[in-house]
Design a protein around this ligand. Sequence first.
Ligand SMILES: Cc1cc2nc3c(=O)[nH]c(=O)nc-3n(C[C@H](O)[C@H](O)[C@H](O)COP(=O)(O)OP(=O)(O)OC[C@H]3O[C@@H](n4cnc5c(N)ncnc54)[C@H](O)[C@@H]3O)c2cc1C
Length: 433
Amino acid sequence: MDRRYFLATSGIALAAASSLTWAGDKQGTTSSERGKRPKPTPTPITTKSRVIVIGGGMAGATIAKYLRLWGDGIAVTLIERNPTYTSNIMSSMVLTGQRTLSSLTYRYDTLLSAYGVQVFNDDVLEIDTVGVRVKLASGTILSADRIVLAPGIDFDDVPGLGTSDRMPHAWKAGPQTTLLAQQLASMTDGGTVVLTVPKVPYRCPPGPYERACLIGDWLKLKKPKSKLMVLDANPAIVTEADNFTKAFALHGITYVPNAEVTQVDPVSSTMSLSTTMGSFNANVVNMIPRQKAGKLVAIAGLNNSPDGRFAVVNQLTYASTVAPRIHVIGDASATAQPKAGHIANQEAKVCADAIIRSLANLQPDPAPVTNSACYSTITMSQASWLTAVYQYNPATAAMAAVAAGSGASVGWSAENFKEMNTWFTALMADSFA
Ligand SMILES: Cc1cc2nc3c(=O)[nH]c(=O)nc-3n(C[C@H](O)[C@H](O)[C@H](O)COP(=O)(O)OP(=O)(O)OC[C@H]3O[C@@H](n4cnc5c(N)ncnc54)[C@H](O)[C@@H]3O)c2cc1C
């Protein structure tokens, strides 16, 4: 499909979104007028079409790039609070010393130099979902025709943890990953490590189990008298159960299902966790709390899933069901697709296409398909794989797994481990380069 057929201009539109006062000003766009036109033929996108993307992670970086690639009349502003992005994918290997965080760090330069995305290093504090504007920590206010919200996840508070950093989640790669790596390295041989798995839905379904496998393999090598225990708030291993069950037996990992953490004590020299399956002591605790959409989603009133944790979206366009010009993609949205970087990349492309069509007064693609591949490190040098394909089901108005396209490896291999690196490099290049 030629996505450029509706473009009126070929010049690069790098105009900054206008700075306005927050209250009482008028909107600078005509998208709502365009939206009301009954004419079904493509309407040229003008250089005045603007999209603001909030969050430069897997979803946000990808959509910023593809909005520029496929709809080059659109001015795209990406707002990200951190100057660089650190990939969560592969970050568990920092714990075993196989990766450094710097090897997982991505810059935003190419989005600007190759695609013309304007990047703001700032924190979005508020969204005006009707006026389609954002307020930044710097005080700047930006307006657009559409906003794409891709803020990832935030965590529930853990009772008893307070502000202690003794039980890192390391579930957003960064300082917590370094801290957990240091704690594991300095633990005396013979100590106990506990890793907790939160209730679904959480970011990266196989992630906690693959991390447990890596740590288990590493402990066997470095601290063979130590123990590893997985406390799972879910009734069973949530994905790739065959492979992980076998791997836990291989590494001597104790697995406790239905163990939801109710209270922790991070203060005593031996830390403790109270759970629905009893109390446990540990020397190192990787406490992965329950998750919800990045807090901006709730601040904007878009957290309308039944449990109030994520944003319900039209799954053809990723527009919020309560704010049609605000789109929510990646881990923050509520769909049956897993909260995964590969899926975030795919949702970004479906959403970019839908926004470009919408700005041209066209209907979205009625039959989007997404896919996800995932490799799990079962040992420090071998991996398993999991793949899934999702297709829009008009009867349920939702993306649903296609059985024929989904599956998992039987066992694990060094070959898969090699392919995992190839897959990762390609995914990150598609998102950031
Ligand atoms: C240990 C681990 C292993 C994983 N392994 C895999 C894997 O093998 N395969 C896979 O597909 N997925 C994997 N994932 C999941 C993957 O990392 C996430 O699903 C993916 O990052 C989600 O993308 P996102 O864009 O929604 O969120 P993120 O990538 O987290 O990006 C969100 C961005 O928004 C920014 N932001 C948030 N709020 C604001 C604000 N108010 N203002 C400005 N910026 C803001 C944040 O700084 C961040 O950069 C793994 C995750 C973990 C933790």
